[in-house]
Design a protein. Structure first.
Length: 232
């Protein structure tokens, strides 16, 4: 195979291109919001387009991406850990900023083999979104995650942006505090939530919705099973 550049566009139908990753090992799909990351980890079995959305399929994959918001796919082969490559596919909007990203956790060879055949032109450097102002650290994040985990019932966790939604449903692991963040970590699901991200929680039926200092929703919510409530 011809030597691949560090960053290049991927050509072809987006669903077909992303489905090529089914043989590339574990894929981590990362969706971010203000002070929050929701990640799903596992084999990406398929991506299909339905009713204007790209739907990710796999035991651990639930992401849905608005097709009309997706302007380009880019593979970046430069990210790495000391012992292996961590290739990243950027699903870019019209402004070049990533709507979400896909990361290869089993090294670069699988991504190269899957996506090398659909390599297009060299891509420019990555465009990062503007960083928002950080709020004050609050105990609200740790308190709520502990209360939800203590329920010991399956909870749906959803993060939604203007063009992408990703969720997880199941028992919540205990939160680990590190670097000003609360972190829920298990094999197929990670949630990283800054202590400064949430000013308050809004309750809507079975839904617990995170709000920032401005009162705007962060796009993060937890949904409890019918009949289950948090203690006062």
């Amino acid at each position: 195979m011809t030597e691949l550049p560090d960053r290049f566009f991927l050509t072809g139908d987006p669903a077909a291109v992303l489905s090529r990753l089914s043989a590339a090992g574990r894929v981590m799909t990362v969706l971010s919001g203000p002070g929050v990351l929701l990640e799903r980890i596992g084999t990406l079995e398929d991506v299909v387009e339905r009713d204007g959305w790209l739907e990710f399929r796999g035991a651990a994959h639930t992401a849905r991406v608005r097709r009309d918001a997706l302007a380009a796919l880019v593979l970046d082969r430069t990210p790495r850990m000391p012992d292996k490559a961590l290739p990243r596919v950027e699903l870019q909007g019209a402004d070049g900023v990533s709507l979400m990203t896909l990361h290869g956790l089993d090294g670069g060879e699988g991504f190269d083999a899957a996506l090398g055949p659909v390599a297009g032109d060299v891509a420019p450097p990555r465009v990062l979104p503007e960083a928002g102002a950080e709020g004050e650290a609050s105990p609200e994040v740790a308190r709520m995650l502990a209360a939800l985990q203590a329920l010991a019932v399956p909870v749906k966790v959803r993060l939604e942006s203007a063009s992408v939604v990703q969720d997880y449903e199941g028992l919540l692991p205990a939160s680990r505090e590190m670097g000003g963040h609360q972190n829920l970590i298990q094999a197929d699901f990670h949630l990283h939530l800054a202590d400064s991200a949430v000013a308050r929680w809004r309750f809507e039926g079975q839904r617990v919705v995170a709000e920032g200092a401005s009162g705007a929703a962060l796009g993060l919510e937890f949904e409890l099973p019918v009949g289950v409530t948090l203690p006062e």
